[in-house]
Design a protein around this ligand. Structure first.
Ligand code: ATP
Length: 434
């Protein structure tokens, strides 16, 4: 039996979450089903860091457990795969039965994942593993690093007992990221990125034995992964605070070449433009939220110095969504060419920038601090003449290419300050119609 951390657990989890956890723990003990809090949450509680979401593992049939909970407390149960991973979705009935006041609902999770302890075996490097239900000890052994392979037992009198068969606490104390077995990176090369992410996030070192396993064989398996899986690892880094340091480390450990050589030109330093204090810089611009904002902006900045062809290659290799490819390309071209546009009039800037996603313009602004880009984002792109196609029709013009040309001229006049009122616009329109 490991040390008991119930006090720390109580302190680290907030009101209604803790209450629900106690409830699950009590029910599990009635069923004599060992229930554990596992993975990242245990690590973060021991480190005294804020807890986001958490994973619960039962030794036994998690779906049967979830169904039992629903019978008693309402809600719904969703059973996922053939391994009977279950989600308990709470609803109004649940909250009433548990007597949780409505003001607490906001910080209450609306669902809990309940997972059966399982083993995983890798039949082929880089492929997804074969899974079988098993014990908590096996479940911890299938994990990536010792610091992610600890569990707090929750059921009954065991509440708060740590289960740490792989010495995660020791590595946590010594600030080390260590894999659980020699083939770890070959089985799943995404773990090389995960190692870097945790090391940089917590200011830990990758243990020397683990570092030596980031070798040619493991790197070689990277190219067998799907584009989505690889891209996801970068996306996770773009969500972090020290992204540029992580990407530097990815480069130093030579992980980029196996994905695509064009990535070697990518420049993580561009990311410091927004990683530092993103919220301060985004407030004044309204940039459409294409895909997930931070990830997209991360990619666009990272690839700013890569050539158009290079970006196309990377996009193919990492299965970029079309919008992302367009934004990355638009930004790279603008970043390369914009010095030549210095003397342009606002209308020239605007008609050029209208063809590029706003987020790409924003990215280049973050790096270059060019005033015209800022004016475009905050003002110019929204400038429109009063006249519309309908106005022109009323003036007796036939719809056709002339329409676009006239409206274009009117907008340019507003942008360049040649027209400053509706009256002046009308006078200009009179001239253009003639
Ligand atoms: P984060 O704070 O980054 O979300 P986390 O530990 O919660 O960290 P998840 O990606 O949510 O990370 O994974 C939950 C747990 O599942 C991990 O703590 C780890 O035990 C295990 N895990 C996740 N990915 C892998 C992997 N590729 N190989 C082995 N175990 C993994």
């Amino acid at each position: 039996m490991g040390r008991n951390y119930s006090d720390l657990l109580e302190k680290s989890l907030d009101g209604s979450r803790l209450e629900l956890l106690h409830l699950l723990a009590y029910q599990a003990s009635l069923l004599r089903m060992p229930l554990y809090l596992v993975g990242g949450v245990v690590r973060d509680i021991l480190l005294g860091r804020p807890v986001k979401d958490f994973d619960l593992v039962v030794e036994g049939d998690s779906a049967a457990f979830a169904e039992y909970i629903v019978e008693k407390f309402g809600g719904r149960v969703l059973i996922h795969s053939k391994f009977r991973t279950a989600t308990w979705v709470l609803n109004e009935t649940t909250f009433k039965r548990l007597d949780i006041p409505s003001f607490q609902l906001l910080d209450t999770p609306l669902s809990f994942d309940l997972i059966s302890a399982r083993t995983e075996t890798y039949t082929q490097p880089g492929a997804l593993p074969t899974v079988k239900r098993s014990t908590i000890a096996d479940d911890l052994r299938r994990r990536d690093f010792t610091i992610n392979a600890m569990a707090f037992r929750l059921d009954g009198e065991h509440f708060g007992e740590i289960f740490d068969p792989l010495d995660g606490q020791k590595d946590l104390e010594n600030r080390l990221i260590r894999v659980l077995q020699e083939r770890s990176f070959v089985d799943d090369p995404t773990r090389m990125f995960r190692a870097i992410r945790y090391a940089v996030r917590y200011g830990f070192e990758i243990a020397p034995e683990t570092l030596s396993l980031i070798n040619e064989e493991a790197r070689g398996v990277l190219s067998q992964l799907s584009g989505e899986r690889l891209r996801h690892e970068f996306d996770l880094m773009f969500e972090e605070e020290k992204t540029s340091v992580m990407l530097e480390s990815v480069k130093e450990l030579d992980l980029l070449n196996s994905i695509h050589p064009a990535l070697l030109i990518a420049d993580s330093q561009q990311l410091t433009a927004f990683v530092d204090k993103p919220e301060q810089k985004f407030g004044e611009f309204i940039v459409p939220d294409i895909l997930s904002f931070k990830q997209t902006l991360g990619w666009v900045l990272y690839l700013l110095n890569v050539s158009g062809d290079g970006i196309e290659d990377i996009a193919k290799q990492l299965a970029f969504p079309t919008l992302l490819t367009k934004a990355a390309r638009g930004a790279a071209v603008l970043n390369k060419d914009f010095a030549a546009f210095k003397d342009w009039k606002p209308s020239q800037w605007t008609f050029y920038l209208d063809e590029i996603p706003a987020l790409a313009v924003f990215a280049v602004y973050l790096v270059q601090k060019e005033q015209a880009l800022r004016d475009y984002l905050t003002t110019w792109r929204n400038v429109k003449p009063f006249a519309t196609g309908y106005t022109l029709q009323q003036r007796g013009l036939e719809p056709g290419p002339k329409f676009g040309e006239i409206l274009h001229r009117l907008r340019a006049a507003w942008l360049d300050g040649d027209v400053k009122s509706e009256e002046e616009e009308k006078l200009l329109l009179d001239r253009l119609v003639k």
